[in-house]
Ligand binder design. Structure first.
Ligand SMILES: [Mn+2]
Length: 418
């Protein structure tokens, strides 16, 4: 059996964002560098046959020295344990990764200058391609020799899947499936795929949360190849984790009691995390307040207060903090009854009802209008590197949340009977 540890977007040099003040001084233990240290120890402990890095290993060229120090010490430990390291360059580290590979002998860069390259690793062939310049508008698979290889082939590639207009090596899922490769381990998109098929093809994801929106399990993947059968499992090694936590506020009598509710939910979540083999050092909570409640804006004030508190608390060894709190409660009102009113509240109520009914014309109209507003935001420069693309459900959810907030405020202002 051959075992590999495959690492997605690491972005050495990028500080983790959205940390509360008191955790900022522990940044070095929560960012990509700490994730890399965990990856290295894990690889050594498991005595894997190789470590693969799927590009965007380094955030940007000016992180040359810091990345050099961090990569070198990890790679030295791996080399001492007899573990080779293979990497491809992505759009972030197009220039810096080859320079680092020139300085660090044991870092083997695959596919320099955009030429596909094969390397032998134990019983496997690893096939890789590196970004020759930060923007690549053609599909790198166009130049891949389609002949079948003798050994099991693992493809290592940084690319943008199913985004034909992308400047970051656009590749179709179909082309990946057609290639003479038994598993594709991809970098670029920070959200990991499931990789649970017989022939795993997909994104490894960021190795630790770099932004608060990168919720859920993050970490390297343990890839085991046994006479041609490939199994990939994600190891939740990330030192920093974000989770969405839904808090049902129905039945909450006073807004001040929200804190207790949050603590109870957080404790349950930490309990689940503690049952895993690895624990994060810090856990950022993105609260979503749901349920129906008559507390309205009083609840929203308390939620804002919780979110603006820039301190963390300790729960079973994990530093927990609230990164944001979003109000998605339904007013404790009868939407159907309100919808019969001939005023702004009635109009909002009718639209909220329509947003839950995809089969009606009004739903289509609202989605169309919403999309016109939201699409430019999603495509804007700031967000373009995130997982983009809005489906109808996303648009409906955004509109529904916004509509509910507006309705809550309106009813509050009027002191209307709810
Ligand atoms: Mn990238």
């Amino acid at each position: 059996m051959t075992t590999l540890l495959a690492v997605g977007d690491m972005h050495l040099g990028r500080p983790p964002t959205a940390l509360p003040e008191d955790l900022r001084e522990r940044q070095a233990r929560l960012g990509p560098e700490a994730a890399w240290r965990r990856v290295v120890s894990e690889a050594v402990e498991r005595q894997v046959d190789g470590v693969l890095l799927a590009g965007d290993v380094v955030e940007r060229s000016r992180d040359f020295f810091v990345a050099y120090g961090q990569l070198k010490s990890g790679i030295e430990q791996l080399t001492a344990a007899g573990i080779p390291v293979l990497a491809v360059a992505g759009n972030h580290d197009t220039h810096v990764l080859p320079r680092l590979a020139d300085e660090i002998d044991q870092l083997h860069l695959l596919g320099r200058d955009g030429e596909w390259e094969e390397a032998r690793l134990d019983d496997l062939t690893v096939l890789g391609w590196s970004f020759p310049q930060p923007q690549v508008r053609h599909n790198p698979l166009d130049t891949l020799d389609s002949a079948r290889r003798d050994r099991t082939v693992i493809g290592l590639l940084h690319c943008d899947r199913d985004q034909a207009d992308s400047a970051h090596a656009p590749v179709s899922g179909e082309a990946l499936a057609r290639a003479p490769v038994d598993a594709w381990l991809l970098g670029h998109i920070h959200k990991p795929d499931r990789l649970d098929e017989d022939r795993p093809i997909g994104y490894l994801g960021s190795v630790t949360a770099l932004r608060a929106s990168e919720t859920g399990t993050r970490g390297p993947w343990l890839v085991q190849v046994n006479s041609g059968a490939i199994v990939a499992d994600q190891l939740p090694l990330a030192p920093l984790r974000y989770e969405c936590l839904e808090i049902d506020c129905s039945g909450l009598e006073q807004p001040e009691r929200l804190g207790e509710r949050v603590l109870a939910e957080c404790r349950a979540l930490v309990g689940r995390l503690n049952a895993l083999d690895y624990q994060p050092e810090a856990l950022g909570l993105r609260l979503v307040l749901t349920g129906s409640t008559a507390l309205g804006s009083a609840l929203s004030e308390v939620a804002e207060e919780l979110a603006s508190d820039s301190r963390s608390w300790e729960e079973s060894g994990i530093a927990c903090f609230i990164q944001k709190a979003e109000l998605a409660t339904a007013p404790a009102i009868d939407l159907q009854r309100l919808a019969r009113q001939n005023d702004p509240c009635g109009l909002l109520a009718r639209r909220l009802i329509a947003l839950k009914a995809p089969e009606c014309d009004e739903y289509r109209r609202l989605i169309e209008l919403g999309r016109r507003q939201l699409d430019p935001v999603v495509r804007s420069r700031e967000f373009r590197d995130l997982d983009r693309g809005l489906d109808d459900q996303d648009v409906a959810d955004w509109l529904h949340k916004a509509g509910l907030t507006a309705l809550n405020r309106l009813l509050d202002q009027r002191g209307a009977t709810k």
